[in-house]
Design a protein around this ligand. Sequence first.
Ligand code: NI
Length: 196
Amino acid sequence: MKNLTELLENYTLEGEELKIFEFPAPVLKKKAEPVTEFNEELQKLCKDMLYTMYNAPGIGLAAPQVGKSIRLFVMDIDFDREEITNADGEVEYRLTNFNPQIFINPVLKNLEGEILYEEGCLSVPGVYEEVKRAQTITVDYQDINGESHSIDCDELLSICIQHENDHLEGIVFLERLSMLKRNLLTKKFLKNKKKR
Ligand code: NI
């Protein structure tokens, strides 16, 4: 986990903000390719994705959401965001308690139980709906150095990993809903998007 700590220490709000692709962008519908090179370019992408995620703000971001069709997502289900007014009277956000996590080439297994949770997605802004997921999972993944790990997850971590892993399969959470809700929310989202 050494590099995660390094990344956290190096993490500042001066990173590069990446464009987040919104539904129905084609890159969100593609099955992503495995990551094969664990190099500086990958480290920069992870850092910029975390920066983009924290700024949005969101608790998870998958590479296809920033236009890169590779099997990688970043996540932080622990950070706090506090609204403060600076000396010029402008509103700023102070982020604390970072716990960034990076999952590369994840494989989900041992999906057990059922849990309902209201999900949202940075690629479908403004839409929130309850999705049924497995309650507990095991995820095998590689870290930023390419080293393999396996962890058992439950609750929000399990839910979030399943949501982000779906992005690597070209699935947006709307597709996990009943046909009725899916059609309704998709129509509403596309209509609002046109207005923006
Ligand atoms: Ni999402």
